[in-house]
Design a protein around this ligand. Structure first.
Ligand SMILES: [Zn+2]
Length: 112
């Protein structure tokens, strides 16, 4: 996972560098409006998370294949970055606002 900071030239040991990067990641907002973030999925695939206003998206097949309105979709990558609890709460809230009942599994395709 690469960070948007360049620490080369500071003379840090790899361990110090890792610690700086970790603190940096923890201080960052989870996903800012308009931000795109690359995440590594299983099997080394790289997906892109994107926030646009209240809508969060991911370029993975699990997200794209959902037939729910975009603001009600989520996937394991969004949950990994945003925190599973926060992300579940966001989707539940969006569903309530839209007057929809979520399917038992957000990953299951609905056939309507
Ligand atoms: Zn995803």
């Amino acid at each position: 996972m690469s960070a948007a900071v360049d620490l080369s030239g500071l003379g840090l040991t790899p361990e110090e560098e890792a610690n700086v990067l970790l603190s940096y990641e923890m201080l960052r907002p989870k996903l800012e409006d308009g931000e795109r973030r690359a995440v590594e999925g299983s099997k080394g695939a790289v997906y892109e998370l994107h926030r646009k206003g209240a809508t969060l998206s991911c370029s993975c097949p699990a997200w794209r294949n959902q037939t729910l309105p975009v603001q009600l979709r989520t996937c394991k990558h969004l949950k990994a970055v945003l925190g599973e609890r926060d992300e579940d709460a966001r989707v539940r809230e969006a569903a309530r606002a839209a007057g929809r009942t979520l399917p038992a599994s957000p990953y299951r395709r609905s056939r309507r």
